[in-house]
Write a protein that binds this ligand. Structure first.
Ligand code: HOZ
Length: 428
């Protein structure tokens, strides 16, 4: 494929934007080459600035669960835009989407909208600290909860891809309040809690990890966390930025049958516009200003265009609950096809999948935490990435990311993807 115009646009971008991108994960630094500039997208396909059509497995890193430019979402945004784009005053649609979200997700009575998953997680931790009166938090190596200071400690996603899991600029004082544990290792979490008695406000976790590639929790791990939180008066925060409204109507809480105290959202909840949210039981949420003392705010929070997109998206999902099963079926089909194709060429791999999230780890052993994810062969990943791209398939340009399946993908698209893996596997 030819990427002449993309490369020219990238050169121009680098002169005025650091690294030419507004979020590091978009750069191709981990795989080599220049990032591809998108012209437009529709359904399961991206169309780049050079006129190539690509089957999209990033889907804006998760939000486009119905495919790009879904008519219900686009129409809702256009309609709203004609009536004004921001007021900094309450609007009825905020209550409509809040009521719908609260009805779909277990264990939440109230929800507050913000502008990104980063803001949602940052605010959730402040709320947990304000509610419990404790300072420390536990996070897991390889989990990524956005780029706010408390979370850039052994962070996944772009932070690990670009070699700054502990970013400069995060003060020692902030870092010391974030305690680090291994994903899927309940004994280690228990020992950290015992060494920090009555100091831990919350445990924050991606209930299905998606920022070190996809890593499912073991059956007992999340239940073990719930039990420890109950015993030690710690709040369990599920970062459902990726899993929310994707794995089930009620997200990972519903799919995995474990209750969280605070849940954060991003991606799908905004239908592709900048939306995040955090939610909890009433007694916790009432600690937020203006009702309570924990301050959190935003001029563009609950923005009418963003709320219109989110409401249209959640309405579609709510009215078509079979969609989650259909997405999972497509993902399983893809999993089986890719596994067969890689096996046909004896390529070492481990494929992890939960619902409509899937990752191919080029690792020999089970991938259950950050260390086992990092054991994957990055050279193989690079070749795989570029081979797939040459065959019109766009996956994330890093081994530490998840593929997101969209409802717009047909079984023909999946077959085209699997056929590409057969072609590429011979060169891995
Ligand atoms: N969680 C997303 C990637 N894993 C974030 C995307 C971004 O940082 O741009």
């Amino acid at each position: 494929m030819i990427y002449k115009r993309s490369s020219a646009l990238f050169s121009a971008a680098q002169k005025v934007i650091p690294g030419g991108v507004n979020s590091p994960v978009r750069a191709f630094k981990a795989v080599g080459g220049d990032p591809i500039f998108v012209k437009e997208a529709k359904g399961a396909y991206l169309y780049d600035e050079d006129g190539n059509r690509l089957i999209d497995y990033i889907n804006s890193w998760g939000p486009m669960i119905l495919g790009h430019a879904h008519p219900a979402v686009v129409d809702a945004v256009i309609d709203k835009a004609k009536k004004g784009t921001s007021f900094g005053m309450p609007t009825e649609i905020e209550t409509q989407i809040a009521a719908l979200a609260v009805s779909m997700v277990p264990n939440i009575d109230k929800i507050r909208f913000v502008n990104s998953g980063t803001e949602a997680c940052m605010s959730a931790v402040r709320l947990a600290r304000g509610y419990t009166g404790k300072d420390k938090i536990i996070k897991f190596a390889g989990c990524y909860h956005g780029h706010s200071d408390s979370f850039l400690i052994q962070a996944g996603s772009g932070a690990v891809t670009f070699g700054s899991p502990n970013s400069p600029g995060v003060t020692q004082g902030t870092a010391q309040d974030t305690l680090l544990a291994r994903y899927n290792d309940i004994a280690q979490v228990e020992s950290i809690i015992n060494s920090n008695k009555d100091e831990i406000a919350c445990i924050i976790i991606e209930p299905v990890a998606g920022n070190m590639g996809c890593i499912p929790p073991t059956k007992s791990f999340l239940k073990g966390l719930r039990a420890l939180c109950d015993i030690h008066n710690i709040l369990l925060v599920f970062d459902e930025v990726m899993t929310g409204f994707r794995l089930a109507k009620g997200g990972a809480q519903e799919l995995l049958g474990v209750d969280a105290d605070i849940v954060t959202f991003g991606k799908v909840i905004g239908g592709g516009l900048p939306v995040g949210a955090f939610a909890a039981r009433e007694e916790i949420m009432n600690h937020l200003a203006p009702l309570g003392p924990v301050y959190q705010a935003g001029t563009l929070s609950g923005n009418p265009l963003a709320m219109a997109a989110g409401l249209a998206m959640l309405t579609e999902l709510n009215e078509n609950p079979n969609i989650f099963k259909s997405l999972a079926d497509k993902t399983e089909y893809l999993h089986k096809g890719i596994a067969k194709a890689l096996k046909s060429h004896d390529v070492t791999n481990t494929i992890n999948r939960v619902g409509s999230m899937i990752s191919v780890h080029f690792a020999k052993d089970a991938v259950v935490d950050f260390d086992t994810a990092a054991n994957g062969n990055n050279d193989t990943f690079k070749k795989f990435f570029h081979g797939m791209l040459d065959n019109g398939i766009y996956i994330a340009p890093s081994a530490f990311e998840t593929w997101f399946i969209t409802d717009a993908l047909t079984y023909e698209d999946l077959d085209e993807t699997i056929a590409a893996v057969y072609k590429v596997a011979g060169d891995l």
